[in-house]
Design a protein around this ligand. Structure first.
Ligand SMILES: Nc1ncnc2c1ncn2[C@@H]1O[C@H](COP(=O)(O)OP(=O)(O)OP(=O)(O)O)[C@@H](O)[C@H]1O
Length: 345
């Protein structure tokens, strides 16, 4: 649905050129929720703005629904853009217009008649749960409600693609959850493909099917959200994953743990698959697992668990036990401690 190929974008700054995007390629399938995560300055905003050509790439191809956007004439580009919805961190609502007019005014500009506009506004205000806020002004709404209006405005053009530029970054955690639920519902019920950018890993965790990690204008890692959570490869990706699953070990345990045996991080999907596998492993092998910490959460709609376990025993037995666990669909990763703060890396 969205194909970005070899996108390059350089800005001229006072201190020289800024290479915001360096040969970035990305492919988002129809019906997917795809997240791009990175720290400030990684190039996320520039990338998402290239999708609807709010930013013109220096080089590369931008295809949405098989249409090459970079070569379109102004009129055709405007029309194509109207099928690509976008929501922003700052909502971008007209302060002097009511909720109704915020959605109706851009619709009227497309040439829809009055009755059709009315029906569209009503339909999408219902979908975002704001039918009763028809006549309110933005100043009378909470941040979450403002974002719902912005979402209704974007949806009212019946787009196939919705771009979300840090849409939940200005919202508190509960409101963020509610907006993410709404995006999930829009994706499921209306079949809209969503490309979002964020610097928060919980956004990726809650709703994204796939994720790309950006750093210094490049995509440094990309994959299914599940795979990225289980086995992040790059240092930056590990930092993002650890921001949700941090296993701090008490100081007094560290020396003891390092002396004998091995510490491993076990990751598994499903409510209970980790525990039985661990019970079986103690029966089968001459090892003694000691659970140091654990957590269970959801990745999209699936339970995801992590246990940090110290295995005591002969190394050969431990290796066999690890192989057994892997055979039980438990991902096993050996863990080392970094001397300064004993954080799992
Ligand atoms: N219009 C512009 N003119 C000059 N430099 C720009 C422009 N837009 C972006 N940049 C620079 O390009 C780089 C990437 O910026 P971009 O906003 O895409 O990153 P980001 O990952 O979205 O960061 P943030 O999360 O802080 O918005 C940064 O160094 C930024 O300063």
């Amino acid at each position: 649905m969205i194909e970005l190929t070899n996108i390059t974008k350089t800005f001229s700054g006072k201190q020289g050129d800024i290479h915001a995007l360096k040969d970035v390629s990305l492919s988002v399938g129809k019906g997917e929720i795809y997240g791009v995560i990175g720290y400030s300055g990684a190039g996320k905003s520039t990338l998402i703005r290239c999708v609807n050509l709010l930013e013109q790439p220096d080089q590369g191809s931008v295809k949405v629904n098989d249409v090459e956007l970079t070569t379109l004439k102004a009129g055709k580009l405007r029309e194509t853009r109207s099928h690509i919805g976008m929501i922003f961190q700052g909502f971008n609502l007209l302060k002097t217009a009511t909720v109704y007019d915020n959605i109706a005014i851009p619709l009227k500009l497309t040439g829809l008649d009055k009755q059709a506009v009315k029906e569209r506004v009503q339909k999408y205000l219902d979908i975002v749960g704001l039918a009763d806020k028809h006549d309110a002004y933005p100043s009378e709404l909470s941040g979450g409600q403002k974002q719902r209006v912005a979402i209704a405005r974007a949806l009212s053009h019946e787009p196939e693609v919705l771009l979300s530029d840090e849409a939940t970054s200005a919202l508190d955690p509960d409101t963020t959850e509610a907006i993410l639920d709404l995006l999930l519902r829009i994706n499921k019920e209306l079949g809209i493909t969503i490309l979002l950018i964020t610097h928060e890993m919980n956004v990726i965790q809650r709703i994204c099917d796939r994720v790309a990690v950006m750093e210094n204008g490049e995509v440094i890692e990309e994959g299914n959200t599940k795979d990225i959570f289980i086995s992040p490869q790059q240092r930056t990706t590990k930092r993002f994953v650890n921001s949700l699953f941090s296993h701090d070990i008490p100081d007094d345990l560290v020396d003891r743990l390092s002396e004998n045996g091995q510490v491993a991080k076990l990751s598994f999907f499903g409510e209970s698959s980790g525990d039985p596998a661990l019970a079986l492993v103690t029966k089968k092998y001459n090892i003694y697992p000691n659970i140091l910490s654990g957590s269970i959460t959801r990745i999209k709609e699936e339970a995801f668990g992590q246990l940090l376990v110290h295995f005591k025993g002969e190394q050969a037995e431990i290796n066999d036990a690890f192989q057994f666990l892997q055979d039980q669909q438990v991902h096993v990763e050996g863990v080392t401690f970094d001397g300064e703060n004993q954080r799992v890396s």
